[in-house]
Design a protein around this ligand. Structure first.
Ligand code: NAD
Length: 318
């Protein structure tokens, strides 16, 4: 392994730059290349970040670059995307974003890139699948942010509800990053105590109905933030920086990134948010939780929905 940690970020909008800002503040890499279709924007962002370097403990080399800079990169992170036009269907938007991804991934691969793709563009599970299909690289090296942010939101809300440090909450949001995502409550723990048992034994202090409300609040969080400030970006930027730390540190950390399922949870040919082992080579494995029958049905429904979208955009036929 080389001793410089190099990241190329494609898409220097709100999400991309929140990620870049988190990388700078956490000294997560040594070299950061910014690429955007709007070259002037990427240049301005590089200047702005560089002017903060003196106040950080970091010695990062930051510059606006080109796709041939991907050659020696460890990670190419994609946060580029186009917004939905009025009257445009979800599938039309998906097809347009697929074309955007083709215009990015082809030159990345032509550069000789041999690292890991990290995808944040929505719908993230589909765009991660598209990235793997277009690039043709080992699926273990194509990672989507999946439900990492949703899981962070869940742990934050549960920590608040039970008045404990969210780091002592072990619970996941799984499936699609979107409407069909779900929380397998049978697998949720506070320290090593099952949360459902805690609710049942608490004498009405805590209750299972509140857990359902929390999973709804997690699902609606993005919409609520968008209503208030038009977009969400800090949380996802921090989630991406966390995934990058797991990769560079070869941590084998368990994160609910979007991984390609190959028989796990009875699913195939779909990327979805599942607890995955993340390290230097990307996805080192997937943890198969013991879901209840009801939870497994939710997983089936979520993956079915994602496979339907993949079929609609026809990426497999190209
Ligand atoms: P934004 O509009 O601020 O930024 C998008 C950037 O992509 C722009 O700078 C644009 O110039 C660039 N771009 C467009 N086409 C390009 C191309 N062909 N090549 C290179 N760059 C191109 O949007 P944003 O708020 O930063 O959001 C980016 C994406 O992240 C969206 O798809 C959004 O839905 C998604 N997102 C994901 C999560 C998650 O949990 N995964 C959370 C929040 C947002």
């Amino acid at each position: 392994m080389r001793n410089t940690r190099k990241i190329v970020l494609v898409g220097t909008g709100l999400v991309g730059m929140s990620f870049a800002y988190a990388l700078l503040n956490q000294s997560t890499c040594d070299e950061l290349v910014l690429i955007d279709i709007d070259k002037k924007r990427a240049m301005g962002e590089a200047m702005d970040l560089n002017h903060g370097l003196a106040f950080s403990g970091s010695h990062m080399k930051i510059y606006a670059g080109e796709y041939n800079d991907c050659a020696g990169a460890d990670i190419v992170a994609i946060c580029a995307g186009v917004a939905q036009k009025p009257g445009e269907s979800r599938v039309d938007l998906l097809q347009r974003n697929t074309e955007v991804f083709r215009s990015i991934i082809d030159p990345v691969m032509e550069s000789g890139f041999g690292g890991i793709f990290l995808i944040a563009t929505n719908p993230v599970d589909i765009m991660t699948y598209v990235t793997q299909k277009i690039s043709g690289i080992d699926p273990k090296r194509v990672i989507g942010t999946g439900t990492t942010l949703d899981t962070a939101r869940l742990r934050y809300m549960l920590g608040d509800y039970f008045s404990v440090d969210p780091r002592n909450i072990h619970a996941y949001v799984m499936g699609e990053h979107g409407e069909t995502e779900f929380v397998p409550w049978s697998q949720a723990l506070l320290a090593t105590k099952p949360i459902l048992s805690l609710c049942e034994e608490s004498g009405h202090r805590y209750c299972c109905q509140d857990m359902e409300k929390i999973s709804q609040d997690v699902k609606n969080a993005a919409q609520k933030i968008i209503e208030a400030k038009k977009a969400t970006y800090y949380g996802i930027g921090m989630a991406m920086a966390r995934i990058v730390r797991a990769i560079f540190g070869n941590e084998s950390s368990i994160l609910t990134v979007s991984s390609l399922l190959n028989g796990e949870y009875g699913q195939n040919n779909v990327y979805a948010g599942v607890p995955s082992i993340v390290g230097r080579n990307g996805i080192g494995g997937i943890i198969s939780l013991s879901l209840t029958r009801e939870e497994q049905e939710k997983m089936d429904k979520s993956c079915e929905f994602l496979r339907g979208l993949i079929k609609d955009i026809g990426i497999n036929k190209q």
